[in-house]
Design a protein around this ligand. Structure first.
Ligand SMILES: [Zn+2]
Length: 288
């Protein structure tokens, strides 16, 4: 089961989310037949998106994250709802550059840094909230941290990691988002940064069987750690034939008339690869 823990430390001065997302990322990998680097890139993005989904204020709100740095990976898209369920895709699921100079999967190289990270929140208002920041490293964690600091004025540490096994299955995946609330002692942020550097790599800890609780205790055991909630999250697509029909109808009469020329129309969901086929007659019905 993939899950997120919601916690605080130092009497609420520090807000913490810890995610264990191995199964979520494995489902994305199997759905899209991802290469190791694509798994790491999309897996990190899905993990961050899932946590950010939980930060949404109302039940109906949704969040869309996109990143495209001009690298071989192309466009990455993650959509999250307020329950922390996510779906996503990467334009190039086969991207697989050589390991980077640290011997790690080269997510930053695959994504590139010539572009922006976009955060779009549909909060049920007329216009969605949208914000974009330049890509820092393309490693995802750094880019999300930069977004929080610049666009939401919330200094944040973001750690996201995925370990891929030799058979390409996901060995471990997870993330931490740690945020300093207004008025928190600035030295506290330094201490937390130091501890994050001290502990073994997050994906390794999860691969070794450490739970979210274990990891939070390693970091915050002397800081009045309080764990409030454990929320089950997953990779879930909510597409349906009705939704695809509605999307087709929203294209307008002219577009529908032009696609009607083809005999059978097949539309594939980007997120789960389910295929929906429509006959000429179905399209004629929609035009009416
Ligand atoms: Zn779908």
């Amino acid at each position: 089961m993939s899950y997120i823990l919601r916690a605080t430390a130092k009497g609420g001065d520090v807000r913490i989310f810890a995610a264990i997302t191995t199964e979520m990322v494995e489902k994305a990998r199997a759905t899209h037949n991802l290469s190791a680097t694509a798994s790491a890139a999309l897996g990190r993005f899905l993990t961050a998106g899932s946590i950010m989904g939980l930060m949404l204020k109302s039940k109906e709100d949704t969040l869309t994250l996109t990143i495209n740095g001009g690298g071989e990976a192309g466009n990455l898209v993650v959509v999250a709802n307020s329950s922390g369920n996510v779906k996503g895709y990467i334009s190039n699921p086969f991207v697989d550059p050589p390991l980077n100079n640290k011997g790690k999967l080269d997510v930053g190289g695959a994504i590139g840094i010539d572009g922006t990270l976009n955060v779009i929140k549909d909060l049920g208002l007329k216009e969605p909230y949208s914000s974009q920041v330049p890509i820092r490293t393309g490693e995802i964690g750094d880019d999300i941290a930069y977004y929080f600091t610049v666009s939401e004025q919330t200094p944040s540490a973001v750690v996201v990691g995925v370990q891929v096994d030799t058979d390409l299955s996901i060995k471990s995946a997870g993330g931490l988002i740690i945020q300093m609330m207004p008025g928190a002692d600035p030295l506290l942020a330094d201490l937390i940064t130091y501890r994050l550097e001290e502990i073994p790599q997050l994906s390794k800890l999860i691969g070794d069987g450490k739970s979210g609780e274990d990891i939070l205790n390693m970091l915050f055991d002397d800081m009045d750690l309080k764990i409030f909630e454990k929320i089950e999250v997953g990779y879930v697509c909510d597409c349906s034939r009705e939704r695809v029909e509605r999307a087709l109808i929203s294209m307008g009469r002219e577009e529908l008339e032009s696609i009607k020329e083809e005999e059978d129309i097949e539309i594939q969901c980007h997120f789960c690869n389910t295929k929906y086929s429509f006959t000429k007659k179905d399209i004629e019905e929609m035009i009416k």
